[in-house]
Design a protein around this ligand. Sequence first.
Ligand code: BGC
Length: 253
Amino acid sequence: MQEQEQKLILGIDIGASGIKGAIVDIHTGKLQNERMRLVTPDPATPEAMAATFAELVDMHKWKGLVGCGFPSIIKNGVAHSAANISKKWINQDVEKLLSNASGCKVKVLNDADAAGIAEMRFGLGRGEHGLVILITIGSGLGSAFFLNGELVPNTELGHMFLHGDIAERYASNNARKRENLGWDEWGARFNEYLEYVNHIFSPDLIFLGGGVSKKFLKYKEHITVDVRVTPAQLLNTAGTVGAAMYAYEMSKK
Ligand code: BGC
């Protein structure tokens, strides 16, 4: 068999605390270089973040297509929310802004959706049917929703209401740090959140992504919700890999 053509795309994962990038082989999901990271500017305004994004693209000496995961609702490249970033992002054409800043063509999607795409294609999601939900645990709670392998974008399950506020204020990693919660206490809270998700959607499988998924053993015993829950396999790299894959898919349309 002829060797498959290698297709490289720069994937960038913009988060509330860090902006990470790597060149991704979209056929294998493998990173071609050590992932690079810059600190997200504070305040995380469009101008400041676009400049940091462009710096990261430059660090890769990249001139081609870029896929980018972004921490908000994204429709046709435009941001429609801003929970953990500056409110100035709302209604910004993120694709246009980042393309202009970097001189590259940039395709943008929600960051949790990007992580989900990678996990479904190259991680434990391969071959999983029915309803699969990935919850990313970080500054906020992100979600990616797959029905028979097909993404339903922008689900924002971290913004369901729990105890009178959006759930991420109660059960994200930021909530754990802000309220100085031990793993037991936070694990019980997070399980309560998963119970709620399970009650509303009855998924077949829940993946946990984001930094805290690596610490699963610290709170595993509290995750008693009646559905299969497992840490994602790709962990930190999922956001960059999925963003690159999304840009590739979009470039074919
Ligand atoms: C945002 C989501 C994002 C998640 C993880 C939430 O606050 O509303 O769009 O996916 O954080 O970054």
